[in-house]
Design a protein around this ligand. Sequence first.
Ligand SMILES: *[C@@H]1O[C@H](CO)[C@@H](O)[C@H](O)[C@H]1NC(C)=O
Ligand SMILES: *[C@@H]1O[C@H](CO)[C@@H](O)[C@H](O)[C@H]1NC(C)=O
Ligand SMILES: *[C@@H]1O[C@H](CO)[C@@H](O)[C@H](O)[C@H]1NC(C)=O
Length: 242
Amino acid sequence: MKVSSIVSVLALSATGLASPKPKGKHLPTTVIAGAIIAKFPDFLYWHSMRTWLLGAATINANATLKAQVDLEAHALGTILHDLGWDMSENSPWVTKDRRFEVDGAIGAVNFIKGHKSYKACDWTENRLERIFDGIALHGTFGIHSYKNIDSKWITESVGYDGVNFTPEQVPSDKFASIVKAYPKESFQKGAIETFTWMCATKPNGTYNTFIEPFGTHYVPGYNSTGKHSFDRITAGWNPDQN
Ligand SMILES: *[C@@H]1O[C@H](CO)[C@@H](O)[C@H](O)[C@H]1NC(C)=O
Ligand SMILES: *[C@@H]1O[C@H](CO)[C@@H](O)[C@H](O)[C@H]1NC(C)=O
Ligand SMILES: *[C@@H]1O[C@H](CO)[C@@H](O)[C@H](O)[C@H]1NC(C)=O
């Protein structure tokens, strides 16, 4: 089921969630964001939508969180978090050298700043930075839990849509309706193909990250020897003499 471009209203009512009230003026920013990711392959479009909805369902089930999280920033940060997975030629988001999370973070902020409604909205540098951090941190473990609530919940929501993973935090009825509307079956294959493509096409952005093993295992000629922090830190070190 592809919900075309009217993602915010339709998807929320389709999954029985309360409609989030953005803190800023209510402008149809998520409609445009949905249209961008609707061009992605199904597995990625579905992953982006699930990430938003699984997070929103969890936030909506907790009155404290619902009152505190910037739901507009959460929607944009989750829906746009994987712009760096865009394997299409001449992608406006993907670079040859940056890690994919940074491509996504920069792409999402540029998208918001370039939107025709940007000036009319309450986008402050602080809100944009929260989105940037929430996206930039989503491939690095052990940090997001200690961040501000908005960055934290963008990354947290991404974690709810892991491969081979059912998040216990998400209300189970909401989880079932979300994965029914946006199927997960093709996600593992799509993720592995995408991570392998990153290693083949932009190895500099993959060394020393969780992406690296996909290159080592699946990309002939991929060589991360000497590319690790460990290599630099231990260069010249002889434990027997020091
Ligand atoms: C709601 O979220 C707050 C903030 O994260 C947390 O402290 C609280 O335990 C949650 N309440 C429930 C019922 O899960
Ligand atoms: C990759 O890194 C190497 C070594 O730091 C550098 O010489 C090269 O220009 C980089 N390539 C790209 C595409 O960024
Ligand atoms: C990998 O790179 C290292 C360091 O540049 C080099 O010594 C090694 O021979 C390379 N391994 C392969 C299999 O090419």
